[in-house]
Design a protein around this ligand. Structure first.
Ligand SMILES: [Zn+2]
Ligand SMILES: [Zn+2]
Length: 253
């Protein structure tokens, strides 16, 4: 599978885009940087959007994508999320107040947006990709995602603090090519990271002890004010196989 890093920043600043990973051009895994780094043609190719949780940095591109593709699609954009996330997006985002309810526009019979409710541990398929949501430990209901195709699998943890289940899945999957996980803060902000359900380099190092077997680990979601310190720390710690994911790069797995 092809994974393009549209955005991998844990905060929004010039030239750094929020969490959004494009799979085979048609699926967006999280929807932070869903529009700002992409041309209109690239946006029109996206037909499926998976939202891992309701924090804005993971879905704020969605309203603007729907606005851009409005009237140009034969089929609605399908947004996959767990029930509490769907409810929250319906209530707080597409409520005809913060933004139009694209699930009814241009008409209820032919909408621009359709929600598909997903559940942890229940796989679903989009074209040749199979997705399995896995609950992680963040402040609010959040799922990471196992993504598999015929050639292998990758695992995206989304935002999480110390957690268990997703490391079990990572440790037992026979064809896992890569884990994409988060470091938000530098290690001297340990208390803040733990209080907000995020990780530091030191917390990740401890989490990686749960990962049996060797698989490359790509780090996403660094907060802009912490990026340099995180980079320095990771360099000094010399964690084998762990590196920062690169915004704009396309990875082949
Ligand atoms: Zn979050
Ligand atoms: Zn986030």
């Amino acid at each position: 599978m092809r994974l393009r890093v549209a955005g991998c920043s844990g905060g929004s600043v010039k030239d750094r885009f929020l969490s959004c990973f494009l799979l085979n051009d048609i699926v967006a895994l999280d929807a932070g940087g869903l529009t700002a780094p992409l041309t209109l043609e690239e946006q029109l190719r996206i037909r499926h959007v998976i939202v891992t949780h309701t924090h804005l940095d993971h879905n704020c591109g969605l309203p603007f994508l729907l606005d851009n593709v409005f009237g140009k699609l034969d089929e609605p954009i399908v947004v996959y999320a767990t029930a509490p996330v769907v409810r929250s997006l319906e209530t707080h985002m597409f409520n005809d107040e913060l933004w139009p309810d694209f699930a009814k526009l241009p008409s209820e019979a032919k909408p621009t947006l359709r929600f598909e409710t997903i559940e942890a541990e229940t796989p679903f398929r989009i074209s040749e990709l199979t997705f399995t949501p896995i609950a992680v430990d963040h402040l609010i209901p959040t799922v990471g995602m196992l993504v598999e195709d015929a050639s292998g699998a990758i695992l995206y943890t989304s935002d999480t603090g110390p957690t268990e289940r997703i490391w079990q899945v990572a440790s037992t999957h026979p064809r896992l090519r890569c884990v994409i996980t988060e470091i938000s803060f530098a290690s001297d902000d340990d208390a803040l990271a733990r209080a907000s359900g995020h990780m530091t380099p030191r917390i990740l190092a401890s989490e990686l002890r749960k990962l049996t077997g060797k698989v490359p680990v790509l780090v996403t979601h660094t907060k802009p004010g912490h990026l340099l310190r995180i980079e320095r720390e990771l360099g000094a710690m010399g964690l084998d196989g762990v590196e920062l994911i690169e915004q704009g790069r396309t990875y082949e797995f």
